[in-house]
Design a protein around this ligand. Structure first.
Ligand SMILES: Nc1ncnc2c1ncn2[C@@H]1O[C@H](COP(=O)(O)OP(=O)(O)OP(=O)(O)O)[C@@H](O)[C@H]1O
Ligand SMILES: [Mg+2]
Length: 601
C-alpha cells in the first residue's frame, strides 16, 4: 500500500488550475479581474492564436511592489487577511490562487511598477524553480504575459476548440466585464489587429453608448432604464421591452456588486416579472446590476465565482421581481413614463432583517435616444385625459366630431376598421394603428385576471350543456383539474371515457367557440402538465380563455365599439403587448406621414 505524502506546490497549483483555468478565456478573466481590483482605468489585451500562443494584458493600476512580485505568483493574496474578510468580499479576487494556477500551466512573465518606482519583473516556466527578479522599464501598472498555455498539460490542450472559438469566448468575456466596469477603457487585439475598443464612460449618455456598442443599439432603443433602491440594496440597469424578446437567452447580463453571475433565484425573479407579457419560448433581454453590502452575499461558493449565495434570498427575489414587474406593467399607452415615478412599497420582511417597513423608491424612464419606441412616446397623462374625457359624458361617435385638443385621449378616436384586422384612429400626434384582436385579448386577459384574483369571475349556465369529445388522456387531465376550471368560470364534468360536458362558461365567452377552447386547454394541460406550477398555469389558462374571448379578426366593429376598446387599452396594464408579447398598437406621427409624401420639403 502506498503511503500518504505531501503534494508538491506545483502539482497542487496544477490541480487548482484544473478547476479554474478551463480555456484561454478563463485566464483572461482572472487577469482582467486582477487589473480591475488594482484600480486600472485602462486595460489593453493582446491575444494571439485564440490565446493559446499568447495572452498579454497591460494595465495602469497600482502595480505590485518589487518585494511582492514572487509572492504574487505563489498562493498569496493582498485582498483578504482573515475569515472575517472572507465574509464580506468587496474585490473580484480573494483566493490568492489565480496567478499561481496560471503560472503552473504556462510560461508566465509578470512585470510591474508601483508609483514613482522603477519596474521589476519575474518569470516562471511552469516549474518549481523559484522565480528570479530582474529590473525592467515599466510605467506604473502591470503587464502579464502568458505564453503557451497548457504546454505542460496536454490533456487540457486537447479539449480546446478552434482558434476562432477560443477567441470568441475571450471576446464575449471582455464584453461581459466591460458592461459592468464602465469606467475602464478596453482595447482587445487578436493576432495584432484591434478587434474591440471600448471607451471609458462616466455620464449616463456615455454609459448608454457603451451598452449600445456592447449589446447593439436596438437593445438600448427598446429598453427601459431601471433604478430602484431599498435599504442597502440597489437594482439598476436596463430591461428590454417585452416586444424586444429574443429566441435565446443570449442577452441576459446580471451582476452582483459588479461581478457577472448566473443565479437561479435571479433568473426566476426576472422570468416571473416578464411572465405575463411574454409567453412561449421567448427570452427577455436585460443588463442589470444588483448592489448590496458585501456581507449580504457569499461569493465563495464556486471556483469560478459564477455563482453567489444571498443571505436574504427571498427578499432579493421579491425586490427584483417587484421592481421589474412594476416597470414592465407601466408600459402603457399614454403613460408618462418619461417622468420619474416614485413609489413607496412595503416589501415582505424576512426573518433576520429588521422588521421595519421597507421603502422602495424607484424611478424609471424609457430610453430617449435617436429612436424612441412609439408606444412610449406619447406625452399625455392617461388619468388626466380620462378624467376630462369622462366629464364629457358621451363618447365621440365619429371622427367628424371636432376634438378639442385638450381632451384627446392618448390613443385618440377611431376612424375606421381596416380589413377587419386593424383599427385606425386619430390622436394629437397623427395616426394610431391598433391590432384589434391582440389588443382586445390583452384587455380581456387583464380583466379576467383581476376578476379571478377577486374571485369575481361570472359564470353563465349554458342553455344546452355542451359535449366535447377528447382523447382519454385529455379527458382525464381536464377532469383532474375540475376545481381549477370552476375557479375560472368553467363548470364541467367527465361524461364518458372520451368526453366531457361543459355546463357553465365565463360570461365573456358567451359568443365564443367553447369546444375549441376546451380542446386548446386540454392540449395545454397535457403538454405542460409537469413543467408548470399552478399559479403560472392559471395565467396561461386565462390567456387561452382571453384569446378565445377576444374579438376575432374580420368581425365588424362599430365606431363606438372601437372607441370603447381604445379607452379600455388606455387603462389596462401591459396593454402595449398582447399576451404573447407582440405589440398591440403603433403610432405614425404627422411628421412620419408627411415624410411618406415628401411634404414640407
Ligand atoms: N494587475 C495587477 N495589479 C496589481 N496587483 C496585482 C495584479 N495582478 C495580481 N496582483 C496581486 O497579486 C495577488 C495575487 O493575484 P491572484 O489573482 O493570484 O489572487 P487574488 O486576485 O488575490 O485572488 P483570486 O485567486 O481569487 O483571483 C493579488 O492579490 C494582487 O495583490
Ligand atoms: Mg485574482
Amino acid at each position: 500500500m502506498r503511503r500518504i505524502h505531501m503534494l508538491s506546490p506545483m502539482l497542487a497549483n496544477q490541480i487548482a488550475a484544473g478547476e479554474v483555468i478551463e480555456r484561454p478565456a478563463s485566464v483572461v478573466k482572472e487577469l482582467v479581474e486582477n487589473s480591475i481590483d488594482a484600480g486600472a482605468t485602462k486595460i489593453d489585451l493582446d491575444i494571439e492564436q485564440g490565446g493559446l500562443r499568447l495572452i498579454r494584458i497591460r494595465d495602469n493600476g497600482t502595480g505590485i511592489h518589487k518585494d511582492d512580485l514572487a509572492l504574487a505568483l505563489d498562493h498569496a493574496t493582498s485582498k483578504i487577511v482573515d475569515f472575517d474578510d472572507l465574509e464580506k468580499i468587496a474585490s473580484l479576487g480573494f483566493r490568492g490562487e489565480a496567478l499561481a494556477s496560471i503560472g503552473s500551466v504556462s510560461r508566465l512573465t509578470l512585470a510591474s511598477a508601483v508609483a514613482n518606482q522603477t519596474g521589476w519583473q519575474v518569470s516562471t516556466q511552469g516549474t518549481e524553480v523559484a522565480p528570479e527578479i530582474s529590473p525592467v522599464s515599466h510605467a506604473q501598472g502591470t503587464t502579464i504575459e502568458v505564453n503557451e498555455l497548457f504546454f505542460n498539460t496536454p490533456a487540457r490542450r486537447k479539449f480546446l476548440r478552434s482558434e476562432k472559438t477560443e477567441f470568441d469566448h475571450i471576446d464575449e468575456l471582455i464584453k461581459r466585464i466591460a458592461l459592468s466596469f464602465n469606467q475602464v477603457a478596453f482595447t482587445l487585439k487578436h493576432n495584432q489587429r484591434v478587434v474591440r475598443q471600448y471607451r471609458a464612460a462616466s455620464t449616463m449618455t456615455e454609459c448608454e453608448q457603451r451598452v449600445a456598442s456592447l449589446c447593439g443599439s436596438s437593445f438600448i432603443e427598446n429598453a427601459l432604464r431601471i433604478e430602484a433602491e431599498t435599504i442597502g440594496i440597489k437594482l439598476s440597469g436596463w430591461v428590454g421591452l417585452p416586444t424586444f424578446s429574443r429566441s435565446a437567452a443570449d442577452l441576459q447580463y446580471f451582476y452582483v456588486n459588479g461581478r457577472a453571475v448566473r443565479d437561479k433565484l435571479v433568473s426566476h425573479a426576472v422570468k416571473q416579472a416578464y411572465q405575463d407579457v411574454m409567453y412561449g419560448n421567448r427570452f427577455a433581454a436585460f443588463v442589470l446590476f444588483l448592489e448590496l453590502p458585501p456581507d449580504q452575499v457569499d461569493v465563495n461558493v464556486h471556483p469560478t465565482k459564477h455563482e453567489v449565495r444571498f443571505r436574504e434570498s427571498r427578499l432579493i427575489h421579491d425586490f427584483i421581481f417587484r421592481t421589474l414587474k412594476d416597470v414592465l406593467t407601466h408600459v402603457r399607452p399614454g403613460e408618462a413614463v418619461s417622468t420619474p415615478v416614485a413609489l413607496v412599497e412595503r416589501l415582505p420582511v424576512t426573518e433576520g432583517v429588521e422588521s421595519q417597513p421597507m421603502r422602495l423608491q424607484e424611478s424609471y424612464a424609457p430610453k430617449r435616444s435617436a429612436y424612441v419606441p412609439q408606444q412610449q412616446a406619447m406625452p399625455l397623462k392617461v388619468r388626466e385625459q380620462m378624467a376630462a374625457y369622462n366629464q364629457l359624458g358621451t363618447v365621440a361617435e365619429s371622427s367628424q366630431t371636432e376634438i378639442p385638443e385638450k381632451i384627446t385621449p392618448p390613443l385618440g378616436f377611431a376612424l375606421a376598421q381596416l380589413q377587419g384586422i386593424y383599427i385606425l384612429a386619430e390622436n394629437k400626434e397623427g395616426l394610431v394603428l391598433v391590432d384589434m384582436h391582440a389588443a382586445h385579448e390583452r384587455v380581456v386577459y387583464e380583466r379576467l385576471k383581476k376578476n379571478h384574483e377577486n374571485k369575481k369571475i361570472v359564470a353563465q349556465p349554458l342553455l344546452i350543456p355542451l359535449t366535447v369529445k377528447l382523447s382519454e388522456r385529455e379527458a382525464e387531465c381536464v377532469e383532474q383539474q375540475k376545481a381549477l376550471f370552476q375557479e375560472l368560470g368553467l363548470k364541467l364534468d367527465r361524461l364518458s371515457q372520451e368526453s366531457i360536458v361543459v355546463r357553465e362558461v365565463p360570461d365573456l365567452l358567451r359568443e365564443s367557440n367553447v369546444e375549441e377552447l376546451i380542446r386548446d386547454i386540454a392540449t395545454d394541460l397535457l403538454t405542460n402538465e409537469k413543467t408548470f406550477r399552478v399559479a403560472e398555469y392559471i395565467n396561461q389558462l386565462l390567456g387561452t380563455i382571453a384569446c378565445h374571448g377576444a374579438v376575432r379578426a374580420s368581425r365588424k366593429l362599430t365606431i363606438p365599439e372601437m372607441n370603447g376598446l381604445l379607452r379600455d387599452m388606455e387603462i389596462t396594464e401591459n396593454s402595449g403587448q398582447c399576451v404573447h408579447g407582440r405589440p398591440t398598437w403603433t403610432q405614425l406621427s404627422m411628421t412620419e406621414l408627411d415624410k411618406l409624401f415628401f411634404r414640407g420639403r
